[in-house]
Design a protein around this ligand. Structure first.
Ligand code: SF4
Length: 432
């Protein structure tokens, strides 16, 4: 039986972030459902909005809804699931980082039939087929559910061949609006690969690796990636650039070299990607620049090598970072730094170190965030155990709370957070 399935994507306001809000996971799941004759639709919520939910219900008349939830979205997901299940009688499922890390918490949400852990692109449509045929659908891989008050976690698998997945259904997103918001800087977003070999203590990637039984770095074939880009640009020619939201786009050096060899003959747009400094070398960066890559985003997180190594478990040195930024500058590309302030062990001294270090790196721009102790991550759990934060999560993205740190007052930390880019770029000499 065909099912109308409403995906609910709780995303920050476009002005909050450097990405459009496109989510590859939802795009692929929507495409797999459409292949099976189901009817997917999408509701994007930037905050809890009862009226918007009501309008989506009227417009799409869904039989069921699925929420994509990260840890910081959990309070909003709670209100949204209450409105969908108790207000409109919809059965719900959920997937994403938080259901993967904390299935028992998400299964308690109103209307929740079950949750999917890890990557579920390969089994989700099977589950919807079974559920829409009136079956319990409890035997499907990656599915977790409650039975007699206990959580049952089915074994977790993952799609091994990304090229075999359908091209994401971007039509369910407000793509034109998303692309036009930042057409020159972000443009159309893609994902070429999955899997990261690192175990940063604040990130959920180590848990995904554990669930998969290893890193399992996978990538779409170069041909499949180029076909997808061509298809998207013919549909959305207004995208003046494009980018890759992979964890580490340059993880597979041979793949990137082949891609760079073929891209210029097929696509005429500048592009950007996320990477990690240990996965760059001069020849590779040169090939990327030749192929039209104009910007590389890299996680620096802090200027304190000690905090980066000991607290974040990010085993890259300041020297490696400096060399990578220099390499990117030397090929006339723009390096972007991701920074995270307020990590356990932060002091006014380490905040000053971060500013000084970034001044040396000369990033094109810096994306600054406050450390969030996501439950289930090694550092999030430790911060909680040490009483550095409350158990509950902030209400939403707009009310993030810093840790209670011994080495720096909250007011000083927030001052650095609010002024970080200015301190790095314009206001030399005013560090307290
Ligand atoms: S390199 Fe990035 S994706 Fe990989 S574990 Fe670290 S933060 Fe997570």
């Amino acid at each position: 039986m065909s099912m109308h399935f409403l995906f609910v994507h709780i995303a920050p306001h476009p002005w909050m972030k450097t990405y459009t809000g496109y989510l590859e996971g939802i795009g692929i799941l929507a495409a797999t459902l459409r292949r099976r004759g189901h009817e997917p639709s999408l509701l994007v919520l930037h905050e809890f909005d009862r009226e918007k939910i009501k309008k989506a219900m009227k417009k799409h008349k869904p039989d069921m809804a699925g929420l994509s939830i990260t840890s910081s979205q959990m309070p909003l997901a709670r209100k949204t699931s209450d409105a969908l299940a108790n207000g409109h009688g919809l059965p719900l499922v959920a997937g994403g980082a938080h259901p993967t890390l904390m299935p028992e918490e998400v299964l308690e949400l109103p209307g929740m039939v079950g949750v999917f852990r890890g990557e579920c692109d390969h089994v989700f449509a099977d589950w919807v087929d079974e559920f829409s045929a009136g079956k319990t659908a409890r035997g499907v891989q990656n599915f977790s559910y409650l039975e007699a008050g206990s959580v049952v976690n089915n074994p977790v698998g993952f799609p091994e061949d990304l090229s075999a997945l359908p091209i994401p259904d971007r039509a369910i997103f407000p793509m034109r609006e998303m692309i036009s918001f930042n057409a020159d800087l972000v443009g159309a977003e893609f994902v070429a690969s999955r899997g990261c070999p690192y175990s940063c203590a604040y990130c959920n990637n180590p848990i995904f690796n554990e669930l998969r039984g290893g890193v399992h770095h996978r990538r779409k074939s170069v041909e499949r990636m180029l076909e997808e880009i061509e298809a998207v640009l013919s549909e959305y020619p207004e995208a003046r650039c494009l980018g890759f939201n992979d964890d580490i786009f340059t993880c597979d050096r041979d793949w990137v070299m082949q891609f760079c060899g073929e891209y210029p003959g097929r696509v005429d747009r500048p592009w950007w990607s996320n990477t990690q400094v240990a996965h760059l070398d001069d020849e590779l960066v040169g090939a990327m620049a030749e192929a039209g890559c104009t910007r590389l985003h890299m996680g620096v997180e802090t200027g304190s090598e000690k905090l980066r190594r000991d607290e974040l478990n990010k085993q890259i040195s300041n020297k490696q970072i400096e060399e990578a930024f220099e390499m990117v500058h030397s090929h006339n590309m723009k390096p972007v730094a991701f920074m995270m302030l307020g990590i356990p062990g932060e002091t006014e001294e380490t905040l000053r170190e971060s500013v000084e270090f970034l001044r040396k790196l000369r990033p094109f721009w810096t994306v600054v965030s406050l450390f969030s102790p996501f439950p289930g991550t090694a550092l999030g759990d430790r911060a909680r155990a040490e009483g550095l934060c409350d158990d509950d999560l902030p209400e939403d993205y707009y009310h993030l709370r810093p840790l209670k740190l011994r080495g720096v007052e909250e007011e000083a930390l927030l001052w650095y957070y609010n002024n970080f880019n200015d301190l790095v770029r314009h206001r030399r000499g005013i560090l307290p």
